[in-house]
Design a protein. Sequence first.
Length: 105
Amino acid sequence: MNWDGHKEELKKGEAVKFRPKGNSMQPKINSGDEITVSPIKDYSTIKKGDIVFCKVNGNHYVHLVQAVEQKLGSGYRFQIGNNKNHTNGTVGQSQVFGKVTRVVA
């Protein structure tokens, strides 16, 4: 997958489309579904239950926001996990590249 290319497009303010593989987000996203990921202009709009494109512990994911914490002076932190109750870890907003805004089977 061209993660760096997708991240660059999102930084430019452009939405990206791709088809992630894997079953960890079923039934919200099935393996091979086309998703649209839109840039995040305001991290305060990201809430628990949103699906984001992010990087956790060196791996790229399209996973759920399980929790949000605002850190004074350092922005937001997000706990990221899949749709099977597994938590991948917590990341700062610089590691959350976009929000899933559309899923097409």
